[in-house]
Ligand binder design. Structure first.
Ligand code: LMR
Length: 351
């Protein structure tokens, strides 16, 4: 009798779990109440979208906007379920989750793709881009297309690039003005060989830590400093465990918005084009938001006790000189074609 109750209990648990997970993450889900006005609701498509930042960040807001537009444009046939703050997957395993098809959509920072596909290190090169216009030119042009093509062999499909902003340096120990100021300090980094070398060249230690652990690591003195965008420093309250920030704009942090390629290819063509339209509108909206959000939150940061230094052009030259070996060292890894596209962009700036 006990055994029967036990088996019954496990069957119940199994059914409950299946209900929660949508019966193995199939493309469609058929357990909705019947509504004759919304024809075809039985074929609703669920897209699980996992990301690691807060909801009130450029990426968090963009994800919500996309979910809303996707539902509108497909008349409710597509439901994008968003899992923010790394609640479903941390940044270290979201790409694996996507490739396996456990989730359908992610938007990792470029650096997080670089261990899987080294060509993405190109976007981590320090001072590769001078301003947002140069970043846009790179991503909307051949550099973006070349990078998107690299995703395919990993069963990933690139939908768009979303902006966040330039990274700024911060520390709890001392102002970071000259390359020598970094000596001996430990900095949290995203997993990227280029970023690692960047700190090695400054005689500092680079410690890869997942985004959700950054605050705690700084609080517990496991690292003294970090680099990130204004919006991430602000929304994750990193400024409360840092004393000095340098507006260095030394490298860019943006996102590749990616779907599982098999999943994308199985979508009906009308849904694909409605989602592409939703993505384009989202991207235009989100990229404007990102700029204004970083500007607004910089003003907020200025009102806290954080000491903020704006790197002067003269100081920047010293940083650039210190980072120069990265270009030669990583050119063969990144590939000649991508490196020459970046060089072309920089040349245009000088003309
Ligand atoms: C980070 O790890 O610092 C960023 O990738 C977080 C994010 O996704 O903006």
């Amino acid at each position: 009798m006990k055994a029967i109750i036990g088996i019954g209990f496990f069957i119940f648990l199994g059914l409950f779990a299946a209900l929660l997970t949508g019966f193995g993450g199939n493309l469609t889900q058929g357990s909705l109440p019947y509504d004759e006005v919304q024809e075809g609701l039985d074929d609703r498509i669920i897209i699980k979208f996992s990301h690691v930042v807060a909801e009130n960040t450029p990426k968090g807001l963009a994800a919500e906007k996309f979910a809303q537009l996707a539902a509108e444009k497909t008349h409710g046939r597509v439901e994008v379920q968003i899992y923010p703050n790394g609640i479903l997957y941390s940044d270290q395993d979201e790409a694996d989750g996507l490739m396996r098809g456990d989730i359908q959509m992610i938007a990792p920072a470029f650096s997080k793709l670089s261990n899987l596909i080294p060509a993405w290190l190109a976007l981590d090169l320090p001072f590769a881009f001078r301003d947002q216009a140069e970043v846009d030119q790179a991503l909307q042009g051949e550099i973006g297309q070349m990078l998107f093509r690299t995703l395919e062999e990993k069963n990933m499909f690139g939908l768009a690039f979303w902006n966040n902003g330039f990274k700024q340096m911060s520390s709890k120990l001392k102002p970071l003005i000259t390359p020598e100021d970094f000596t001996g300090q430990r900095f949290r980094i995203m997993p990227s060989k280029v970023i690692e070398m960047q700190f090695q060249l400054l005689h500092a230690k680079a410690v890869p830590i997942s985004f959700n652990e950054v605050y705690r690591s700084l609080e517990r003195d496991e690292v003294e400093g970090q680099e990130n965008t204004i919006s991430n420093i602000y929304t994750k309250r990193l400024y409360t465990v840092q004393k000095y920030m340098t507006l260095s704009n030394h490298a860019y942090l943006g996102y590749a918005v990616i779907m599982n390629k098999t999943f994308w290819e199985k979508l009906p063509p009308d849904i694909q084009s409605e989602l592409a339209e939703a993505m384009q509108e989202t991207t235009e909206w989100a990229n404007r938001q990102a700029v204004s959000m970083n500007e607004r939150q910089l003003q907020e940061l200025k009102a806290t006790g954080l000491h903020i230094h704006q790197l002067t052009p003269k100081e920047r030259e010293k940083w650039e000189a210190a980072f120069q070996p990265i270009y030669d060292h990583y050119a063969p890894v990144i590939g000649r074609e991508l490196m020459s596209k970046i060089a072309e962009l920089q040349k245009q700036r000088e003309e």
